[in-house]
Design a protein around this ligand. Structure first.
Ligand code: KG4
Length: 352
């Protein structure tokens, strides 16, 4: 079979990415520019700055990705066949930069545009490790803006079974970190401090079991219905605030990072456990920036056990990237689900 080359473009939030993929999983090039330093000063993403930065970087990244194929001299076999681009959800100005770039590529190379839902792309990032999804699969997405649980029945057949009730997973970690005086984004700092704390305690002979009993933050409500897979983290965050206020320095920063992370993981693992029981999923695919957390990964793996195959992309592909966009785009392209160049150019951009 002839190899299929495809491009992916990601610009929905604060990461600009262009990726070149072969056969939907083999990454040939995936230059990525993170705007994190640009937004750090403001403690969050500033939409106008984000779209301007995308505009500045995207031509350079596109050039870098395409140069892999030496496109000008390329023979037909090396021609790219599709360009996949995130069209939702995201910051409108940022999405437009990516989408217009995809249109230009589509026009210049006479190839179709495959519109991609960013969150669906996260679920298919495991394809980059050579895995394909086996349905029904459970999808767990924990990022700065989302905490979602999906029952995945097929391509575009995705039911949301658990959603964000208040603060999203990463948002809760970032806000907790802020309370502890840690820099943005706080998730990785909480993980680091928690790790230091648990190791120190182990050296002193204190077991994790004992630490769990000593956790001053409240446990998730026992009377939560079993059919409920939503995520709520804001109560936990408020509890942290009060412990900080009232405990008069009894707990170190490291200890509180550990206790917060533990409760956070309990909520997440509980939802996955109950959903697995209800839906009998064959796989659990997890992604989003928060899945970079090693303790969360191993706790999920323990809970899922032999019941299902647990798949998480490499850390780099847990966060926003264009390779996952190109990977999902490949699936749609192979199923003939794309917009021919002409239709896109005639102004039907967001109506697929
Ligand atoms: O998916 P993502 O990269 O992008 C956005 O949603 O914008 O997720 C970012 C989130 C941040 O809230 C960050 O604190 C969190 O992922 N995060 C982590 C870790 N690394 C990043 N949370 C916990 N542990 C980590 N190691």
């Amino acid at each position: 079979m002839q190899d299929i080359y495809g491009l992916g473009i990601e610009s929905s939030c604060d990461e600009t990415g262009v990726a070149l993929l072969k056969n939907g999983f083999q990454i040939l090039a995936d230059p990525l520019y993170s705007q994190i330093d640009l937004h750090r000063l403001y403690g969050g993403v500033v939409p106008e700055l984000a779209s301007r930065a995308h505009l500045e970087k995207i031509p350079l990244l596109l050039q870098e990705a395409l140069s892999y194929l030496e496109y000008k001299q390329a023979n037909e076999k090396q021609k790219i066949s599709y360009v996949a681009v995130t069209v939702q959800p995201g910051l409108l100005g940022s999405l437009l930069v990516g989408f217009n770039t995809a249109m230009a590529v589509s026009f210049a190379h006479n190839i179709p545009v495959v519109p991609i839902h960013h969150l669906e792309a996260h679920l298919y990032a495991v394809q980059l490790n050579g895995h394909s999804l086996t349905y029904p699969a459970l999808g767990l997405l924990l990022s700065g803006g989302n905490s979602l649980l999906y029952n995945i029945l097929g391509l575009k057949k995705i039911q949301v079974i658990g959603d964000t009730l208040d603060d999203a997973a990463g948002e809760a970690l970032d806000k907790a970190a802020l309370l502890l005086g840690l820099p943005y984004p706080g998730g990785p700092h909480i993980e680091k401090l928690a790790h230091v704390f648990v190791n120190e305690q182990k050296e002193k002979g204190v077991s994790e079991r004992t630490l769990r009993k000593q956790n001053p933050l409240p446990k998730i409500l026992k009377d939560q219905g079993k059919e409920h897979f939503d995520f709520s983290f804001s109560g936990l965050k408020t509890a942290l605030l009060y412990v900080l206020k009232n405990s008069e320095g009894k707990f170190s920063k490291q200890a509180l990072a550990y206790y917060f992370q533990e409760r956070f993981i309990e909520i997440t693992v509980r939802n996955v456990d109950l959903a697995l029981k209800k839906f009998g999923s064959k796989q659990v695919v997890a992604a989003g920036g928060v899945l970079a957390n090693q303790t969360l990964r191993s706790r999920l793996s323990e809970t899922i056990g032999e019941r299902a195959q647990f798949l998480v992309p490499d850390r780099k592909y847990c966060t926003d990237n264009a390779a996952m966009v190109a990977a999902l785009g490949y699936n749609y392209f192979m199923h003939g689900n794309f917009s021919p160049a002409r239709k896109v150019h005639s102004g039907n951009a967001f109506v697929f």
